[in-house]
Design a protein around this ligand. Sequence first.
Ligand code: UDX
Ligand code: ADP
Length: 467
Amino acid sequence: MIKKIRKICCIGAGYVGGPTMAVIAQKCPEIQVTVVDINEDRINQWNQEDLNLLPIFEPGLSDVVGEARDRNLFFSTDVNKAIDEAEMIFISVNTPTKTYGKGKGMAADLKYIELCARQIADVAKDDKIIVEKSTLPVRTAQAIKSILDHTGNNINFQILSNPEFLAEGTAIQDLHNADRVLIGGDHHTVEGQKAMDALSSIYAHWLPKERILQTNVWSSELSKLTANAFLAQRISSINAISALCEKTEADVNEVARAIGSDSRIGPKFLKASVGFGGSCFQKDILNLVYICRTLGLEEVADYWEQVIILNDYQKHRFADNIIKKLYNTVSDKKIAFLGWAFKKDTNDTRETPAMYIADYLIDDKANIAVYDPKVTERQVFADLDYLETRQPDQNRKHVSVYNNPYEACKDAYAIAIITEWDEFVDYDWELVYKNMKKPAFVFDGRNILNLQKHKEIGFIVKAIGKN
Ligand code: UDX
Ligand code: ADP
């Protein structure tokens, strides 16, 4: 008999927890889903009546939340109550790269996970299934289990790994139509198998059974890191080739199309860019590298580290190119940034290439004018200040954030396209050109513009991986 879950709690109402639980609640109306977070502001935003004001911008999310909220989807700050009532608890808290002590800059910081495990241990009065949703280093489940099993209150905790593969900007689509769901657990015990089946039956509400894969816990944890490492590696590979294309007569889009037509390689994730950003790729690879080094696998660690090195190179190369083309200095020159988010259709800016490129240009005394359809001024400055490269007032002196793209581009010496927002393509580029300093440069970091058209207007255009 498959255990029927009636109450779920999810700790962490962020980019992973929020959308994932909203979809589970939408598809399983008989299950009560409570998402809890210690951040009161965030919970208030999830409870906003106006669905346009949810804390996360994600296409389709407001419809899903609108359908399930207050029916069987609840957002709350009462973490203890939700833990106590739930039969299944998802841990969906952040696991950033450690910024201190052992493993600084490399290992995942598990302090938030550990706090959750301790809180569950304190509060739980009956058996629970604990599901790791956050990306975690291999064998974290063991650490969680050891904390939970030492509570001495004879409660049976089953720990499952159920990594999330959704990409931001397409989260709802990815959840509704997942390529696969991975559930790692303890096959060897009846209780372990039952827990895996209980979680599988939740996803089976809307996904075909063959897409729900069960593995052991360690394979599941490692598969998440490996999937992200492979995806990031493809981007670094095509970005490496883009540098070569710029030195030759080759065009990186043509190369990507040619190799992508080979069914063994496939066409996806071959877009050359200013470099990858986002909360996962860099963090997960650093984590993988750290684990390999800890286990004495130096060559394996070096191999994966190169993906990050190449990504840093690509961001610098883009910024460097702007300086070189603008006659070796951008001092006091206005450079317009179209886009700040790490990709289109999201307001997320974690590890966005924009902040590193801006930082590099500010070192050369540029004045940066930012326009992004979804990112706030507050966020732009928070990102730059987070880098701690200079005093916050210096960031404010060199950066202005605009609500209007035409204003951002007015009197600029150059435009840098950082994010591939669709709207950028349809601007009145003749008007943009007219209001810029001449010669007017465009650096297309996403290869979204029609180069020929822009050249005809009068722009000097530099695109990634094109000569
Ligand atoms: C990624 C994984 O795709 C997802 O499975 C995992 O759960 C979390 O990490 P996400 O970071 O949201 O998702 O976005 P993704 O679409 O993977 O893009 C990551 C970065 O790579 C972005 O900065 C994007 O612009 C860049 N990218 C992506 C490229 O530069 N070229 C490409 O061809 C694809
Ligand atoms: P992700 O992209 O992994 O979802 P986010 O940073 O967007 O990461 O979300 C993680 C959320 O987890 C944050 O809103 C944070 O406040 C919350 N969180 C962290 N630790 C705890 C905790 N111990 N209890 C409840 N919520 C927590």
